[in-house]
Design a protein around this ligand. Structure first.
Ligand code: BES
Ligand code: MN
Ligand code: ZN
Length: 503
């Protein structure tokens, strides 16, 4: 697992420097520019004079217009104080978002790597005049974009980081902000590495071990319920899903206890299927079965957030981090389609589709969490392909019974640069889950599949404000995307942390 010491991620030092980019010397200088900035920024014209007209020449030569995500780089003469100049387009000033800083920082970092620069000076304008938040986002962008996961490659090849140091220019000391960024990144990287690792590495037992390490390293309370404990609590829905696997299930419960009497208590519940083959309603090849190691991404985000919160240690919020972890497999012991399971609250469920297993595990986890007497419940789950059909790969679906939670989560996600879209809690659609023989079925008709999934979960929450994020889309990316490499994105960690810290 990735170890982060001081302000360093392996091979990557981020610091602030009070020098303006006019006075800075180093391998590569990257400057963020809004559309039409060149004509109005005096500093840039001074830099142009200092560099013998090279800035203007570069802009004219490639027609650089500051368009968002655009980038151009040039080599300056060998007697220049800066060896390479990189210009980053930030788009229009009016539409610039905080996440634009993460994206621009990632672009600069990757360009500097490509140019084989060891020392990068980076100058980006603050968002909304908020220097700490801007600095934090820039550092996140740098560290997240330079994280490379070579754990399963016998030869990491040419991927070694050349870049050693990034100086954020024109800033007074921001050490505490950089520490915060590094704590957050450590949680995102943990989540990414848990999701990327295959199901023969990340198992219910290994997830429990990871939770144990977090508890010991960051001072959280730890409770791991074994199968027999779950039986005593009547978790028939969770155990039904687990019964075909050769690996024993683990029910993880970490608690962050603040030093004073908590002002608010919340629980975060992550779906933790270390592999989902679908059960006897088995998934087909090419129908994403080979991707179903990602089905514990909710639990990964939950553990990632626990790692961050254990480091930040908010003063008066208690947070429970919960996951019912198992595999969904087939064997002679598997649930038959049509079996009836009883959840810990006594409600009976006709399992008309064994591939709708996440909601069964979450049902018992939600019941457990509500009994803790918390003020809010939030679950994250790679719950439905239907949510991906509705919102695509970049956006999570948000369902809630509580508009205040909706607002809190939208704000938290927005600052995190993680997209969510609120979806309707259309009670009438619960009709589709009516069962002839039991209290409900676990699967409704094809239409509105992500909404009926949310309505199913709602049956297991009594009166506590509750929100559900369906994260099946954004937890993985096939292509490089901004500060994400191809692979797991660590989606959810930053939203969770922002949400908790703003409570
Ligand atoms: N884990 C899947 C959902 C999923 C799909 C996650 C794509 C990540 C990417 C979930 O358990 C599942 O199989 N859902 C079914 C529900 C259906 C049987 C009602 C689905 O979406 O097809
Ligand atoms: Mn499934
Ligand atoms: Zn699943």
């Amino acid at each position: 697992m990735y170890q982060i010491k001081g302000l360093r991620l392996p091979g990557m030092d981020v610091q602030t420097s009070e020098l303006s980019y006019l006075d800075w010397c180093g391998d590569a200088l990257a400057i963020g520019l809004f559309v039409d900035d060149y004509e109005v920024v005096d500093e840039l014209q001074s830099l142009n004079n200092r560099l013998n007209g090279m800035v203007k020449e570069l802009i004219n030569e490639v027609g650089f217009d500051g368009k968002e995500g655009s980038i151009t780089a040039t080599r300056l003469g060998s007697n220049s104080p800066i060896k390479k100049l990189i210009l980053l387009g930030l788009g229009k000033h009016e539409t610039f978002k905080l996440d634009g800083l993460r994206q621009a920082a990632a672009l600069a970092t990757k360009a500097a790597q490509k140019e084989k620069s060891k020392i990068l000076g980076l100058s980006l304008p603050p968002w909304n005049s908020d220097i700490p938040l801007s600095t934090q986002s820039i550092a996140e962008g740098i560290w997240l974009s330079s994280h490379q996961d070579n754990r399963f490659k016998s030869d990491p090849g040419e991927t070694k980081n050349v870049l050693e140091q990034v100086s954020l220019l024109g800033l007074t000391d921001q050490t505490s902000t950089l520490v915060r960024a590094q704590q957050i990144v450590s949680g995102v990287i943990l989540a990414r590495e848990l999701v990327s690792a295959p199901a023969n590495v990340v198992t219910p037992a290994s997830m429990a071990e990871t939770a144990t390490t977090i508890a010991h390293t960051h001072g959280l309370e730890l409770e791991i319920l074994e199968q027999s404990d779950c039986e005593s609590l009547g978790m028939g829905a969770f155990l039904g899903v687990a019964q075909a696997s050769d690996l024993p299930p683990k029910f993880i419960h970490l608690t962050y206890n603040p030093p004073v009497t908590p002002r608010r208590k919340v629980a975060i519940i992550g779906k933790g299927l270390t592999f989902d083959c679908g059960g006897l309603n088995i998934k087909v090849a090419g129908g994403s079965i080979e991707m179903m190691k990602v089905d514990m991404a909710g639990a990964a985000a939950t553990l990632g957030a626990a790692k961050v919160i254990g480091q930040i240690r908010p003063k008066d919020i208690q947070v429970h981090f919960i996951s019912a972890v198992t595999e969904n497999m087939i064997s002679g012991r598997a649930i038959h389609p049509g079996d009836i399971l009883t959840a810990a609250n006594g409600k009976t469920i006709e399992v008309n589709n064994t591939d709708a297993e996440g909601r069964l595990t979450l049902a018992d986890a939600l019941i457990f969490a509500e009994k803790l007497g918390v003020d809010a419940l939030l679950d994250l789950a790679t719950l439905t392909g239907a949510c991906v059909v509705a919102l695509g790969d970049d956006i999570a679906g948000l369902w809630t019974t509580d508009e205040r939670m909706a607002d809190e989560l939208k704000t938290a996600a927005n600052l995190a640069g993680e997209k969510v879209w609120q979806m309707p809690m259309e009670e009438k659609y619960f009709e589709g889950l009516k069962s002839i023989v039991a209290d409900m079925k676990n699967t409704g008709p094809r239409a509105a599949g992500s909404i009926t999934a949310a309505l199913f979960l709602k049956q297991f929450v009594k009166e506590t404000p509750w929100a559900h994020l369906d994260i099946a889309g954004p937890v993985w990316t096939e292509k490089e995307r901004g500060y994400h490499q191809p692979g797991a994105t660590g989606y959810g960690v930053r939203t969770l942390v922002n949400w908790i810290l703003a409570l």
